[in-house]
Design a protein around this ligand. Structure first.
Ligand code: SF4
Ligand code: SF4
Length: 265
């Protein structure tokens, strides 16, 4: 190694991993990726990571990975503060992307009633608000769906961002991956599979093992919701069951994508 190389300093991109309301499964997925972590720490300067360090450094960063929905007044302020410091913001996981299961009753007008049913008259440290995805409050540059996120997609995205490239976003539904796996389609057996309405990326893991997709990676923008709902009804599945399954992981995005569909009213 030459003297010049010895003294050459490489500036690593600064990365922060932040958690809002959710189960923290996406942060855990990153921490549990032991085979990738050394590469990540070599390539990036991790300044803040709530699950991994009790000593976050809150300063300007290049990339913010944000998990969880916005569910309190305090979180509404904190997400804006992170946005101001971050050049690139990525929503990671279903809660940050769509609102998560806690947004399954989004916009039904009964948030206050449900809150009281669950918590009674308890006094909160910060006021709860109806759960929303982070793009309801700030501009999001990229989305990494999943419940939780997948390891290959996460490290492919990080690698591209760290090297200054735009990440590839999956636009195909779960059915596409299911076909690549040469699975027998569960719809032919009149099963309640949401694969055609769900954003791909998980590798169609559930239908590959004979289980219907319940849509945990969140709704696909281009799904033919009206036709699939009609097919489910022809299979004998009740409207309320269809509605519940679509809402489970659909959060606010499902309202946006199927606003004209009678079943969602
Ligand atoms: S089994 Fe489900 S995911 Fe697979 S092709 Fe059929 S509808 Fe799509
Ligand atoms: S429920 Fe659907 S989106 Fe979620 S892991 Fe299974 S196949 Fe993938």
């Amino acid at each position: 190694m030459t003297e010049r190389m010895k003294h050459k300093t490489v500036t690593k991109p600064k990365v922060g991993v932040y958690g809002f309301t959710g189960c923290a499964g996406d942060q855990l997925l990153i921490i549990h990726s032991e085979d990738q972590l050394l590469n990540l720490f070599n390539a990036a300067d991790i300044r803040s990571f709530v699950m991994a360090s009790s000593n976050p450094i809150e300063e300007d960063i290049d990339v913010a990975l944000i998990e969880g929905s916005i569910s309190t007044e305090e979180e509404k302020e904190r997400i804006k503060e992170i946005r101001k410091r971050a050049k690139i913001v990525v929503a990671i996981g279903n809660c940050a992307v769509s609102g998560g299961p806690q947004a399954m009753f989004a916009n039904d007008g009964e948030f206050a009633k449900r809150l009281k049913q669950v918590y009674g008259e308890i006094k909160f440290i910060t006021d709860p608000v109806e759960a929303t995805p982070i793009d309801a409050h700030i501009t999001v540059d990229y989305y990494l769906p999943g419940c939780p996120i997948g390891q290959p997609q996460t490290f492919a995205l990080l690698s591209r961002l760290i090297h200054g490239a735009s990440p590839d976003e999956c636009t195909r539904p779960v059915c596409h991956e299911c076909k690549l796996n040469e699975n027998h389609c569960l719809l032919l057996d009149k099963k309640f599979c949401l694969g055609s309405l769900t954003i791909g990326g998980c590798g169609a893991v559930c239908p590959t093992y004979g289980l219907s997709c319940v849509g945990c990676w969140g709704p696909s923008k281009d799904g033919n919701f009206a036709q699939i709902v009609k097919s489910f009804e022809e299979f004998g599945i009740g409207r309320e069951d269809i509605k519940r399954r679509l809402h489970n992981y659909g959060g606010h995005k499902i309202l946006q994508y199927i606003k004209d569909l009678e079943i969602m009213r």
